[in-house]
Design a protein around this ligand. Structure first.
Ligand code: BG6
Length: 503
């Protein structure tokens, strides 16, 4: 596929982006390519620097060679340009620092001598959350935290409510809340932001966006990948902590929230918080009835054989970590009372696909004879990735003289066809929002804690029920119990345009 050229953008203020975890997967696969693409788009001001930091003993030239390879590997070929790559690499520096000891900190501080208050100073912590507090303390000790400095925290913020609170307190002792950017990259995805446009820039949907007209909501975030060399992290996390507590709940917030008074940062975040606080906590019984955990077995995904989760590198024998979750949640407020939200996410599913399905209620009375065929209720499908689109399923008359025969037909807004330009990766948008000083698309402390408070009710339920994940074959849509979860309620997962499910 050819990628339309990057859209030019006016430069932002010069910055010093210090990336902790600079040799890690996230930095090499996502952050450096995103910064290169923004540089290519003209958004990176002269004099900006990227200082990669990690424990590895590399010199800056060795790091630049790594970064060079990463950019060439993860940026589309038609976006690569020798001159621009060379200019980008010149911005890179590397310092070896041990986050847990005093080693290397004075070298890092040396890199800021003479920089003054000019460039926007950003510390990106792409490390294990257990290092967030210690790194912030040492940044302060090294005299690097200025009143305008910003810190970006990668998810997960902790592994439960207590650890999230402890991290927030440690980081909060060094940086003011307005300096802290908690990243959830789903909020930077174009179509996720488009949910705001769909709901609040159109008069069509909002009057119908409630329990009177909506039967239920489905959110699916499916991946074909397995744990991809992140076994150690993933096995301590699992799908609920890795995906549901953050990405899926943020999608629930954008679908479920009231209209914010404006797009101002606190206005949007206040409304999302209300949704999180309205999530009905799950008791042990609810966890049994409303959640399904799964773990993939060997199988085939997109034509290739793949091993079982238990046989992936770094996974201990007999691991009880889930790689799939399906659940039914309720938002206990006037707008959504009685409307189930069905969520599912998993690794090694048949397709990489994220979508939100709004299922409207059936018409109250049919005037059509049985011969017209089955009447299906309207359905709005927001495809977040790939092939970003918004589709509205309507009933229509089949053309022809044979009488009134009805069929479901889609109204389809394809973003690629309509807007054409390349969609920037979520990280491109979010990394530059930090430079701009706009935290609207980042999670506030109280949001993270409210999301954990609810997710924890499920974690506790699983623990007390000694719930073991149900096996599913790689390349299928998860354990059969996930189908039963929704079918028990007389509904089905939306799958009609997807690869066939095989159970
Ligand atoms: C990350 C998770 O936050 O999101 C990964 O840690 C997951 O496990 C990834 O693969 C999915 O993101 P995307 O943008 O590929 O849908």
């Amino acid at each position: 596929m050819s990628h339309p050229r990057t859209v030019a953008a006016p430069p932002l203020p010069a910055f010093d982006y210090t990336v902790f975890g600079g040799t890690g997967d996230l930095a090499l696969r996502k952050l450096l390519p995103a910064l290169y693409l923004r540089d290519r788009a003209g958004q990176v001001a002269a004099g900006s620097r990227i200082i990669a930091v990690s424990r590895s003993a590399l010199d800056p030239a060795e790091y630049r060679a790594k970064a060079d390879a990463a950019v060439r590997r993860h940026v589309a070929a038609d976006e690569l340009d020798e001159e621009l790559i060379a200019r980008f690499l010149e911005r890179l520096d590397y310092v070896s620092v041990d986050a847990t000891s005093s080693e290397g900190w004075s070298d890092l501080a040396g890199r800021f001598e003479g920089r003054g208050d000019g460039p926007v100073r950003i510390f990106y912590l792409a490390t294990s959350p257990s290092l967030f507090g210690p790194i912030c303390d040492r940044l302060k000790g090294a005299g690097l935290v200025t009143p305008a400095a910003r810190v970006v925290l990668e998810k997960p913020i902790g592994r439960d409510l207590d650890s999230a609170r402890a991290i927030n307190a440690q980081v909060g002792a060094v940086f003011a809340e307005s300096q802290i950017y908690r990243i959830d990259h789903y909020l930077g995805k174009e179509t996720v932001q488009n949910l705001l446009a769909l709901r609040f820039a159109n008069s069509l949907f909002e009057p119908l966006w409630n329990a009177n007209h909506i039967d239920h909501v489905q959110i699916t975030v499916a991946e074909t990948v397995g744990v991809e060399g992140r076994g150690d992290y993933y096995d301590h996390s699992g799908a609920l902590r890795d995906m549901v507590q953050n990405h899926l709940l943020q999608l629930v917030c954008l679908v479920g929230m009231e209209s914010p008074v404006s797009l101002a940062q606190e206005a949007v975040r206040d409304e999302k918080l209300k949704v999180l606080r309205s999530l009905k906590p799950m008791g042990v019984e609810d966890v049994g009835a409303c959640t399904v955990r799964g773990q993939y077995r060997a199988g085939a995904v997109t034509g290739g054989a793949v091993p079982a989760y238990a046989d992936e590198p770094g996974i201990p024998a007999g691991s009880g970590t889930e790689t799939f979750v399906a659940l039914k949640l309720e938002i206990a407020n006037w707008r959504w009372a009685g409307v189930p939200f069905y969520l599912r996410t998993g690794k090694r599913l048949p397709a990489k696909m994220s979508e939100i399905v709004i299922q409207f209620r059936p018409i109250p009375h049919s005037i059509f004879p049985q011969s017209a065929g089955e009447l299906q209720a309207n359905r709005l499908i927001v495809r977040l990735q790939p092939d970003e689109s918004i589709r509205l399923h309507l009933m229509a008359k089949e053309p022809g003289p044979g009488g009134m025969r009805l069929r479901q037909a889609p109204l389809n807004l394809s973003f690629a066809e309509t807007f054409g330009s390349r969609f920037p990766d979520a990280y491109e948008r979010l990394l530059m929002d930090v430079v701009r000083g706009n935290p609207t698309l980042f999670m506030r402390r109280d949001e993270v804690e409210a999301a954990w408070a609810w997710a924890e009710t499920i974690l506790e339920g699983w623990k007390s029920r000694r719930d073991q994940p149900k096996p599913y074959i790689s390349g299928t849509w998860g354990p059969s119990q996930a189908i039963a979860l929704i079918e028990r309620d007389g509904r089905t997962w939306h799958e009609d345009e997807l690869p066939n499910a095989a159970f």
